[in-house]
Design a binder for this molecule. Structure first.
Ligand code: 5GP
Length: 206
């Protein structure tokens, strides 16, 4: 039987560099990225089914009713949700599945799947975050201000996460995450099958 992959939640303020870090992880192989559904309008460069599944409020609500989401949450006036089936399939195939989601969703997942790894990616400072958001040029001043406020609220919840990685250099953040997952795989709690095999083997030998 294939070893089940890990469920890795990556949260952090928009502008923390989650997209870049996740892209670098995907390039290494062995990872799958969950594509979320959202009611937010697409940014100019965003593609349907690549960055998000863009949905109407009605489509989103129907999916909630059909229990199609692993978790869902509201963020700055829009809804976001993780389609359940893809995540479960990929984990069963041994891939580490990455959910790039905000804090409320992360806590919902942890409640349903306590074995999920919760990782918070932070920018080096609030000033740097502001600079990155302004440099991106995809949001107006009001939206940037709302996202900075939200970033501070999110940072206040970091201690409920399993890991905090500061994204000063992308390569360093990626190396940290790989080390974390490697160690997570070695936790005794995740090696029940191996331990079971040992117990059964001993019975046969005595
Ligand atoms: P953005 O609008 O910048 O793409 O995303 C806003 C926030 O929503 C980010 O923190 C992002 O990680 C989060 N997000 C994206 N997809 C999901 C999702 O499926 N569920 C939840 N709870 N948050 C999401």
């Amino acid at each position: 039987m294939k070893e089940q992959g890990l469920l890795l939640i990556v949260s952090g303020p928009s502008g923390a560099g989650k997209g870049t870090v996740v892209e670098a992880l995907l390039a290494r192989g062995g990872y799958a990225l969950s594509i979320s559904a959202t009611t937010r309008p697409p940014r100019p460069y965003e593609q349907e089914g690549v960055h998000y599944f863009f949905q109407t409020e009605k489509e989103f609500e129907d999916m909630v009713q059909a229990d199609g989401f692993l978790e869902h949450a509201a963020f700055c006036g829009h809804h976001y949700g993780t389609p359940k089936n893809y995540v479960l399939q990929q984990m069963a195939q041994g891939k580490h599945v990455i959910l790039e989601i905000e804090v409320q969703g992360a806590f919902q997942v942890k409640e349903k799947y306590p074995e999920a790894v919760l990782l918070f990616l932070a920018p080096p400072s609030l000033a740097e975050l502001k600079k990155r958001l302004e440099g991106r040029g995809t949001e107006d001043a009001q939206t940037i201000a709302a996202r900075l406020r939200r970033a501070q609220e999110e940072m206040a919840l970091v201690e409920k996460y399993d890991y905090l990685v500061v994204n000063s250099q992308v390569e360093d953040a990626v190396a940290d995450i790989e080390a974390i997952l490697r160690a997570e795989k070695r936790r005794c709690i995740r090696q029940k099958e191996f331990l079971q095999h040992f117990r059964e083997g001993q019975e046969g030998l005595c």
